[in-house]
Ligand binder design. Structure first.
Ligand code: AMP
Length: 397
């Protein structure tokens, strides 16, 4: 069985074709600058890489080019698109409508369109990607895998905000959480690796990348997560502020003469470790700047680690314990400095890592904790595309 995974963003579209018998990636690629001058597709099949420069006005043109690249006689991966058994789409928001992966049909599409208002930056692109696929391969089954679905299990006292109850009822203002596909994938891998009984486990997963979120996963089920109504909430991130006092927003509109939209754009794109350091949103650049004596870069890294620490403490309390702490995504898997800051002085939770092991680079699941420390600390590489393909396969079976 071959499954095509599509992750459509506003001006980009990433894809992977996966052979589900072996779980090997047959082809992977990305289309960048959709709707902007200078669009191009980059595809990798084995060690062959191909770049196609072609102006693409919209997602339909991008998908059509992806299909041409996949079946190209010279640099493609398959003979015919009929070889693709199913498509798995990443969809950011399920609202309160879906708590698991669903098969696409007209009713599901209608609900997705209704939920555009919950994620206006992401949902239109996700839907454009689905519609473009539908036009070109109308008879191929498609699974929709939602970023929010793993968090549908949050208890009500965890997902409600302290605002008027009718505003939750009327407008669905509540915590949804994001990165759910990754939190589910790495927590399940941790359970399997440690041979924990899924029904008796307390895991905290730290997905630390351009966007970062922390989740409490008890007995295999998500109990709480740091992102909220939108992915702006939680710890500070590359360019996102994370949690702030909401009254700051009005203060900003007065002091900086912002409209509400400008204030939210500022909190999404100009803040986080980038805003604090004034250097970069990339943690490699921040580490270099800190080593060169840049105090604000050092502060940004310390704030990031401190905020993660506080979520860990909160989630140990929420779960009444912790068996395992998991680091994943670009920073979680690669940044030993951040991991060491987060795990420093956490013996009260049984967290005690081997600093030499922490510095090693391996691209596989591994333990960082000292042999006799009470709590396991793992690096679990995430693979959202494989998780989406597995969910889609399970749906078809
Ligand atoms: P992601 O969103 O998961 O792709 O993560 C992207 C982020 O991971 C980048 O912005 C970097 O800050 C960070 N990152 C990637 N590689 C490294 C590395 N070797 N050391 C530190 N941070 C890294």
């Amino acid at each position: 069985m071959k499954i095509l995974v599509i992750n459509a963003g506003s001006s980009s579209l990433k894809y992977q074709l996966i052979d589900m018998t072996t779980e090997n990636v047959i082809a992977k690629g990305a289309v960048e600058r959709i709707g902007i001058v200078g669009s191009f597709l980059k595809q990798k099949v084995g060690d062959k890489e191909k770049v196609i420069n072609k102006d693409l006005a919209n997602h339909k043109e991008a998908i059509t080019l992806v299909f041409c690249a996949l079946v190209d006689k010279e640099f493609g991966a398959i003979q015919d698109m009929k070889e693709v058994d199913a498509v798995g789409h990443r969809v950011v928001h399920s609202g309160e409508d879906f708590n698991k992966t669903v098969l696409l049909n007209a009713e599901v599409m209608k609900i997705c369109k209704k939920n555009i208002e919950l994620a206006p930056l992401h949902m239109p692109a996700n839907i454009a990607g689905i519609e473009a696929c539908l036009e070109v391969m109308p008879n191929t089954p498609m699974g929709l895998v939602f970023d929010t679905a793993f968090h549908a299990s949050l208890p009500k006292h965890a997902y409600m905000y302290g605002i008027k109850y009718e505003d939750y009822e009327n407008y669905k203002i509540r915590k949804y959480g994001f990165h759910g596909t990754s939190h589910k994938y790495v927590s399940q891998n941790a359970i399997a690796y440690l041979k924990l009984e899924g029904k008796n486990s307390k895991i905290i997963t730290c997905h630390l990348g351009n966007g970062s979120s922390i989740s409490a996963v008890k007995n295999g089920v998500c109990m709480d997560t740091s992102m909220g109504f939108t992915p702006l909430a939680g710890v500070l991130m590359g360019t996102r502020s994370g949690d702030i006092d909401p009254a700051i927003i009005e203060f900003l509109t007065i002091k900086k003469n912002f409209t509400m939209q400008q204030a939210i754009n500022y909190l999404n794109k100009e803040c986080g470790v980038y805003g604090i350091s004034g250097v970069s949103s990339d943690f490699r650049d921040l580490f270099t700047a800190m080593k060169e004596g840049n105090k604000r870069a050092k502060l940004a890294l310390e704030m990031f680690a401190y905020q993660i620490k506080k979520y860990i403490g909160a989630y140990v309390a929420a779960m009444n314990g912790i068996d395992c702490l998991v680091f994943t995504a670009g920073i979680g898997e690669n940044d030993d400095y951040i991991r060491s800051l987060v795990c420093k002085d956490m013996e009260c939770f049984g967290i005690d890592i081997d600093l030499e092991e922490n510095k090693m680079r391996k691209n596989s699941i591994r333990e960082l904790n000292k042999p006799n420390s009470k709590t396991k600390v793992l690096i679990v590489p995430t693979n959202e595309e494989l998780a989406i393909a597995r969910e889609t396969k399970a749906l078809l079976q």
